[in-house]
Design a protein around this ligand. Sequence first.
Ligand SMILES: *[C@@H]1O[C@H](CO)[C@@H](O)[C@H](O)[C@H]1NC(C)=O
Ligand SMILES: *[C@@H]1O[C@H](CO)[C@@H](O)[C@H](O)[C@H]1NC(C)=O
Ligand SMILES: *[C@@H]1O[C@H](CO)[C@@H](O)[C@H](O)[C@H]1NC(C)=O
Ligand SMILES: *[C@@H]1O[C@H](CO)[C@@H](O)[C@H](O)[C@H]1NC(C)=O
Ligand SMILES: *[C@@H]1O[C@H](CO)[C@@H](O)[C@H](O)[C@H]1NC(C)=O
Length: 434
Amino acid sequence: MRIKYTISIVFFVALVIIEKENNIISRVSDKLTLKQTPQTPLQPSSFSHILLKHNGSVTSLKMDSAFTLMKRRLENYSEHQEVVTRGSKHILLLATTRTGSSFVGEFFNQQGDNMFYLFEPLWHVEKMLTLDTGGTNATASAKAYRDVLQQLLLCDFSLLESFIDPLPVNHITTALFRRESSSSLCEESVCSPFVKGVFERYHCRTRRCGPLNLTMASLSCIQKEHRAIKSVRVRQLETLRPLAEDPRLDVKFIQLVRDPRAVLASRMVAFAAKYKNWKEWAAGGDVPIDDDEVRKLKGNCDNIRMSAEIGLRRPQWLHGRYMLVRYEDIARFPMRKAAEMYRFAGIPFTPQVKSWILKNTQASKDKSGVYSTQKNSSEQVEKWRFSLPFKIAQVVQKVCGPTLKLFGYKFVSSEDMLTDKSVSLIEDKVFTIL
Ligand SMILES: *[C@@H]1O[C@H](CO)[C@@H](O)[C@H](O)[C@H]1NC(C)=O
Ligand SMILES: *[C@@H]1O[C@H](CO)[C@@H](O)[C@H](O)[C@H]1NC(C)=O
Ligand SMILES: *[C@@H]1O[C@H](CO)[C@@H](O)[C@H](O)[C@H]1NC(C)=O
Ligand SMILES: *[C@@H]1O[C@H](CO)[C@@H](O)[C@H](O)[C@H]1NC(C)=O
Ligand SMILES: *[C@@H]1O[C@H](CO)[C@@H](O)[C@H](O)[C@H]1NC(C)=O
């Protein structure tokens, strides 16, 4: 009897201890796992096939002590509080190639000490998914893009890290795409010592830095009030809805668009190899309207239009979060449009941004001392009309018609109209910020 009693007490005590340990372990592991939102649990495991590419090695994701501490700080740090009390803003500049997005990205990159800016981080994700799956699964790409953007806006580089090739070692990489395009990644605090002869190609704006320590980047990001990311890879605005609904973020989407005829003309020059079919069609013969290239053009136009239609329809989740900007308006009125974007974002327009724009828009004082960028830019904006053959313009009008209409780009009905400088193809159109 007595023995039995003792055994049950021992058993009970042991249970309590086990229970306690489980609690501690689960609390500790909660802290160390990736930050999750109720709407969109981040599941790096769904990308495990990608990690396998690195010979099954996930060494980089091992926590060194600095990384662990940084993760804890991210956990601890109440982004929601930050959004409310500091008025932190999270800007996503969404565009497609040849729409002036690098230029517009600079409006935010030049903001100053308050802004953490990243240039095309999704480049790594697209590259890895293309290698891995042929890049054909748009659903999987959209999900990866969304999750990486969400983490980056929260200053967490872990998921992006798993897409960088070669995989960073101890969270250090020399392979980050266009690091020097982000002034935030070239600041003193993110610049580890440069070792001559080892990483010669690391010229980081005005200083020479060693490889990028992603823990340092993350710590620097946390210090900044606002964050901005530019990307030409998101296809549908709607896929980013969970970001708009994340209480830790105050996201502002800026969609940048351009006349699809001008975009095609520009891509035929910039990406000559990829656009060689178009070049052949331009040189002679008919454009096969059911060709894959033509279908791709239509698909791109439809994605851009559908994103804008959602934005302009202003569903509840996008209230105050969506702005549509035309390349042509930026080119003609850069200062005015930059000021509008800052007003929309709710961030003060700094003198640094103003002077950068003045310096980079060939502004010159005319005889009356007034800055004028407008006349010259207008000419630049319509230059494509003299390089794109009328029949190609017709094809674009045919497959991208609704897109042209929505954004206020006039159709041309003849070769003469296309090349008549006295006719502008840009309707004045105001897209109310809602
Ligand atoms: C993977 O392993 C193979 C064979 O062990 C090796 O040749 C290759 O370089 C490794 N690749 C990477 C990315 O480590
Ligand atoms: C990266 O930066 C962190 C924070 O400054 C530092 O503690 C860590 O040692 C660095 N990592 C390496 C491998 O130098
Ligand atoms: C987490 O927050 C608490 C209370 O604000 C603070 O005392 C602690 O130092 C923080 N821990 C880290 C790792 O930042
Ligand atoms: C595409 O990705 C989604 C989401 O990861 C998956 O459910 C689906 O099976 C994939 N489709 C194909 C054709 O691989
Ligand atoms: C417009 O600017 C370009 C430089 O980008 C210059 O070559 C050209 O002469 C300018 N045109 C006018 C009309 O000022």
